[in-house]
Design a protein around this ligand. Sequence first.
Ligand code: CA
Length: 335
Amino acid sequence: MRVRFSARSDVGLRRDVNQDSYGAKEMPAATLLIVCDGMGGHAAGEVASSLAVETIIEVFAEADSPDSALRAAFTAANAAIYDQGHGSMGTTGVAALFAGSGMHVANVGDSRAYLVREGQITQISRDHSFVSDQVAAGLMTSEEARTSHVRNIITRALGYQPEVQIDIFSAPLRPGDTVLLSSDGMHGLIEDGEIAEIASMLPPDEAAQRLVDTANARGGPDNITVVIAQVDEVDPDGAQAVAAADAPSAPPPSEAAPAQAAAPERPLSRLGMILAGLTLLVLLGAAAFLLVPPPTVIAPTASSATAPPQPTTTATSATPTAPASATPTPGTPGS
Ligand code: CA
């Protein structure tokens, strides 16, 4: 696997401090890219995000299987931040590992990993945010989510609690693919279609700068971080698997208008998260109540006749495509 990448991080126009961090680890047969968006009073967010990046880079072990190496690195980052802040600071974390013939993405929070292929964009990670849960439950459109005043409430963060649940995704890659990692200071202001266009048109370096400039041109309400990787070559051993698997099925493209309002500081209070959870439960309850079919006339016994439709929530790892072929062969020397 050979990738070229470029990164930009900008404080934006309204904040005093850049609480985003990014990093890269280049290994003999793999490349790991990371974006973290810190939160917490004063400079704590900056500390949390940089500590996360450092720890992930330090702990990630190429010799392990990609998924367990990512999990171990994120778990260590969570512990390192919690040890220092005891819940007073936290950070999102998204990391993409390029190895073999595909990528593996670890995610906690609402920073994102996107794949752009032939001009089409797919969000690979799933946001851990209040509005994302509402969209998944059909209670909010993605357009409403993008402009919601509670869009900054996240439901998972690194370092906020002693334990953290980490989502892992995987997707096969082809030469010519572009992968983007970003903090919400970028993707909260720029539509998916625009991101795809910029990433497809320009080399990584210029595309990253263009995305930062565009977010700033729209007010730069938040810190802006973008890491872009261009896939030049995948391992030959993985070529067949890559060819066999089709592009990840794209979710409906979000046509939401960019949010203009200044992003409020991201809330990181236990109360906020609990309230968000409770509100969602109440809304889900109301929806389930409305969906329950009227009782049938001929009820044989006391048992309820039909179960209401179950809203399925996928808790952990999901694979956005057909099962990822990619069991990369780390030892294979790239030609
Ligand atoms: Ca942010």
